[in-house]
Design a protein around this ligand. Structure first.
Ligand SMILES: Cc1cc2nc3c(=O)[nH]c(=O)nc-3n(C[C@H](O)[C@H](O)[C@H](O)COP(=O)(O)O)c2cc1C
Length: 290
């Protein structure tokens, strides 16, 4: 069997796998679902196409239904929330209520933080129109970034300022997607950056404030789990802070002070698709010391 394969005998052609793929690796044509050969290198190996398939007909490179997935348990506790949580990138056109967002913010307020007077602010954009206002600028930023990443002087500057690890992420993860135009197309319903979400939470703080990066990441994790517990779907979006920190105009649209460091963002909405099974994930290494 090839690395990427759809079993034509069993595939129901529902197209759910096409919709949930974060990297647009699959397509639905008239009477079949197929992998796009020229997008295969963008596959994250996240397993969502296989987790959502009703008939176990999709096979992505390196993943097996028996080995890499699990059946959901019946429990309704924290572990059930954890096993069901996925990064959701397709939403129903149903707005999230203020009450639900307030519950998410309550969960965030209960999170650990490094300083009793923590400095992280949350900006809530509960309005697709407002997100749409920012998308052309974000998209233009990633276009420009693609150009910089082809320029040896700019690459050296990024390396000196942000470190080799950031350059690696930009090169290996972002550039191939920029080149395929994933962040170029946006509409009211869908886009490759905020994924058509109605709600966007942005975590930011004054750039000199202590431990704001650590706190923001803990806060966003609480928010994502709270969203799952409420029957909502959420995804951490690193692209939004990357663009916001480079653009005064974008910060202005979202009313974020210019001297603030935007650390992370979370899109939230009602998930359009339900996953049929969980995806096993392995920790890099566990060292038991006795
Ligand atoms: C720091 C961080 C930044 C991320 N940025 C994005 C993003 O910009 N766009 C996106 O679609 N997913 C983003 N993700 C989601 C990851 O792609 C996702 O968590 C990963 O593929 C694992 O899938 P899962 O969350 O469904 O288990 C981000 C996740 C993290 C932790």
């Amino acid at each position: 069997m090839p690395d990427f394969y759809i079993n034509p005998e069993t595939c129901s052609k529902c197209g759910n796998c096409v919709e949930v793929c974060p990297a647009l690796v699959l397509k639905k044509s008239e009477n079949k679902i197929e992998f796009k050969d020229d997008f295969l290198h963008l596959c994250l190996g996240c397993g969502q196409c296989m987790a959502v398939c009703n008939t176990k007909s999709v096979f992505a490179k390196g993943l097996k239904y028996e080995k890499d997935f699990f059946e959901f348990s019946d429990s309704n506790d924290f572990f059930s929330i954890v096993e069901h949580r996925r990064s959701v990138r397709r939403f129903k056109p149903k707005p999230v209520s203020k009450e639900e967002i307030e519950k998410i913010l309550f969960a965030v307020s209960q999170a650990s933080h490094g300083d009793s007077h923590h400095h992280v602010e949350v900006t809530v954009i509960n309005n697709r129109e407002k997100i749409m206002e920012a998308l052309p600028l974000m998209s233009a930023f990633f276009d420009k970034l693609g150009g910089w990443l082809h320029n040896p002087i700019m690459r050296t500057m990024i390396k000196l300022k942000k470190g080799q690890h950031t350059l690696n992420t930009l090169n290996n993860h972002l550039l191939p997607r920029i080149e395929k135009g994933i962040y170029k197309e946006y509409s009211y319903e869908y886009d490759g950056i905020t994924r058509g979400a109605h709600t966007l939470l942005i975590f930011h703080a004054h750039k000199d404030s202590e431990e704001h990066k650590e706190d923001s990441h803990i806060f966003v994790t609480f928010a994502a789990l709270a969203a799952q517990a409420l029957g909502l779907g959420a995804t951490i979006i690193g692209l939004v802070p990357a663009a916001l920190n480079k653009s005064k105009k974008l910060k202005k649209i979202f009313q974020i002070p210019e001297n603030h460091d935007v650390v992370v963002s979370l899109i939230v909405g009602y998930p359009k698709y339900k996953y049929k099974r969980g995806i096993k994930r392995e920790l890099k290494k566990v060292n038991w010391v006795s």
